[in-house]
Design a protein around this ligand. Structure first.
Ligand code: FES
Length: 104
């Protein structure tokens, strides 16, 4: 199921916006013009990944410093071991759309 979120103008290059879809917070990153969407909640404990720092297409958790690959959601450094969910993005008429699983 494709879900429309924010306009591309709402997430400037090298910034992030959190959107809420079905009670789930999803962080949409713009990394040098490329968009990535991952679950905002760290897989290790309660921290918002959107508040972390991005480098080399990875996001560093602000709480304990685990790094996640923005493309795959894989936890690449400890203390996190589990991945975070990622979402496929398409841009239609400047609107960022996420491919979500259908819960129906
Ligand atoms: S809460 Fe993210 S690494 Fe611990």
């Amino acid at each position: 199921m494709k879900v429309k979120t924010i306009n591309t103008s709402e997430v400037n290059e090298n910034s992030v916006r959190v959107v809420s879809i079905d009670d789930k917070d999803i962080a949409i990153f713009n990394v040098e013009g490329e968009y990535f969407a991952i679950d905002d909640m760290c897989s290790h404990a309660e921290a918002s990944l959107a508040e972390g720092e991005v480098f080399d297409c990875k996001i560093e958790c602000p709480l304990h410093g685990a790094e996640f690959d923005l493309k795959t959601g894989e936890a690449v450094t400890l203390p996190a071991t589990k991945p975070v969910a990622t979402y496929k993005i398409t841009v239609e008429d400047e609107v960022i759309c996420l491919e979500m699983e259908d819960n129906a």
